[in-house]
Design a protein around this ligand. Structure first.
Ligand SMILES: [Zn+2]
Length: 105
């Protein structure tokens, strides 16, 4: 009877498996999983107080390849400058400097 009881734990592989498992790096508390870079307003960074529609190369950098205006969420521009950029892009579209839309490739 006693032999049977001693044999059963030796067969179990469970303690070895838990010891072999390394620490899960993602689950550690108080640590960030990835370093998120702070988005900075491009207009503020270049110290431009008013976005000019004539500076279309700069304004164009806030549009997608298809011609859509990129959102603030993506570019990180501040609300004030996003308003100026949208106005400038729409102005440039009307002047045929920037496209309203381009076909998808
Ligand atoms: Zn700004």
């Amino acid at each position: 009877m006693s032999e049977e009881i001693t044999n059963t734990p030796a067969v179990e592989p469970a303690p070895a498996a838990t010891a072999a498992r390394p620490e899960r790096p993602g689950r550690a508390f108080g640590k960030k999983r990835f370093e998120s870079r702070r988005k900075v307003c491009k207009v503020c960074a270049e110290k431009i107080d008013n976005v000019d529609y004539k500076n279309f190369q700069f304004v164009k950098s806030f549009t997608m390849e298809s011609g859509k205006i990129l959102s603030r969420r993506i570019t990180g521009t501040c609300a004030k400058h996003q308003r100026q950029i949208t106005k400038a892009i729409k102005r440039d579209r009307n002047l045929a400097i920037l496209p309203y839309s381009l076909p998808k490739k």
